[in-house]
Design a protein around this ligand. Sequence first.
Ligand SMILES: [Zn+2]
Length: 296
Amino acid sequence: MDRINIGAAVVHRIEEWSGTFMTPQTLFVGYSEEGYAQAKPLVAGTYLEGDTDTIVARLQSWVVEIEGSRILIDTGAGNDKQRPGIPLFGNLQTPFLKRLSAAGFEPEDIDLVICTHLHVDHVGWNTRLDAGSWVPTFPKARYVFPKPDTEFWDPRNLARYPDKIGEAVNAGFFDDSVRPILDLGLAQLVDGSVEVAAGVRLDPAPGHTPGSQTITVTSRGESALFVGDVLHHPLQIMNPAWNSIFCEDAALARESRLSVLHRAVDEEAILVPAHFAGEHMVRVVNTRGGLRPAPL
Ligand SMILES: [Zn+2]
């Protein structure tokens, strides 16, 4: 789904990267053959290469038009970034900004940039390379970052947070994609539940990173839940105890995932994770057999 209405709001999907990424056996902590065998028939095809058991993934951003605001959710890996810890996302040269333009938005049209969390694949287009310097890609935007993540990932705080699971994979992103925004005073650091624009609320969902947050967009009684990496793949809807190998706090990540999935059920909200292939968003239903993804 590349364009969807949520009440009077409009959500546009902007793709940055598409490909295969690991097997469920290697990506998930808590993986079980039994859980996989039960869930695989529901997701094989567009979400999973069934013959090779390889996850199909996306890097994608969302532009939400609501009440006169244009909000960009997550900013992918970006172009020209040096990523020794994850070469797959290093030195990319994607036409992301052309795709944004094709959807109807120039960088200066974006009012608000919200990162669901600070990780290498969610902050990249915060900045772009201009004559050797990292400058804000969205010059008129306020950038909303989760405060716990700005503290956790700042290399200057290494002594305070020495044992990060994602340290190697995420090397470099803070200095090229977050600090330039902080130094220019363009960031709003949030901690806890807060409404950042009319119809747009942030809530903490910690675990994957300390500051991971969900973004709830509500309009005329309809809602969508942008959940970042609270889950990476629909296999985790049937197996909500499965964490990714990138989750910093295993117990909190499980708790947040279960809570977010039940919110999607209870509020009849469309669930929009960061990396889903397939239709990129699902509804969640609670059946006798447990939680299941359902088409929109
Ligand atoms: Zn991610």
